[in-house]
Design a binder for this molecule. Structure first.
Ligand SMILES: [Zn+2]
Length: 268
């Protein structure tokens, strides 16, 4: 390796010298493309050296760049809306106007907004076709009134502090938007549990949901930002434009993607 390394260094230096010379030449622009590397006089001793693997440069995409301000993240009925413990829905009693019954297997009522539901049908079918197994809706749209009774039930039995750790306050739940869905395998296994992430369905969804406009909203290790523990079963529809960009950037939270403050807890 030391020998190769020296040869490589010498080659690199020679190329730098050549490149510098070319850059200084008045015809550099015209000759660079036409002549190519074969015209380099030192090429002969480069050839026998086993090519040293070079890191693949990060792929660059051509403009127009993705516009993160193209849609509002504040409007409750927007596919891009960001809801968290510091960003309640406005109004808190918001109810979507295009809820449909999604024709897939389900435990609780399979109600979601139309675009989210249609995408879910395609995603479940694709997952099954890919060999990940069957999936069902564990929980989807939860209207404000339902969230009120669920949350109040927890407060009554556990107290407010503990209730806040396991149930969103009414007006603060993504499920109220009709764009969020909890998914479980069929037959039922690891429903609403961290081990869902190790099932074929959980793994397939984590890798492929972006193709259908969905993102994994509460990933592992992001509780301090999202305010929620790892929920490998909770997917949020944002549309394919955003989910594709999110995937390309390697984003892990909507808060990070949009440059929003972390929302580990309610303001009061
Ligand atoms: Zn959920």
């Amino acid at each position: 390796m030391a020998q190769k390394s020296r040869i490589f260094t010498a080659t690199a230096l020679a190329l730098v010298v050549l490149a510098t010379a070319a850059a200084c030449s008045p015809q550099a622009g015209a000759s660079a493309g036409a002549s190519g590397p074969s015209s380099a006089p030192n090429q002969a001793h480069v050839t026998p050296v086993t090519p040293t693997p070079t890191p693949t440069p990060a792929p660059t995409r051509t403009p127009p760049a993705f516009d993160k301000h193209a849609h509002s993240i504040n409007k409750a009925n927007n596919y891009w809306v960001v809801v968290n413990k510091l960003r309640p829905l406005n109004p808190k009693t918001y109810s979507p106007s295009d809820i449909i019954n999604v024709p897939v297997a389900h435990d609780n009522p399979p109600r979601m907004r139309k675009a989210a539901g249609n995408a879910l049908v395609k995603m479940f079918a694709a997952g099954k076709k890919a060999g990940a197994g069957a999936m069902q809706i564990q929980s989807a749209w939860r209207p404000y009134s339902v969230q009120v009774s669920v949350y109040n039930g927890w407060v009554a039995s556990l107290g407010k502090k503990q209730a806040d750790l396991q149930s969103a306050r009414p007006g603060y739940s993504e499920h109220q938007t009709g764009l969020a869905v909890d998914i479980s395998p069929v037959p039922l296994k690891c429903a609403l549990a961290a081990c869902f992430g190790t099932t074929p369905q959980g793994k397939w969804l984590a890798a492929n949901s972006w193709k259908y406009g969905y993102i994994l909203r509460y990933p592992k290790g992001r509780t301090a930002i999202t305010g929620y523990v790892y929920e490998p079963w909770h997917f949020r529809y944002v549309g394919t434009a955003l989910s594709t960009e999110y995937h390309l950037e390697g984003a892990t939270t909507l808060e990070g993607f949009f440059g929003l403050p972390a929302a580990p807890d309610y303001a009061n």
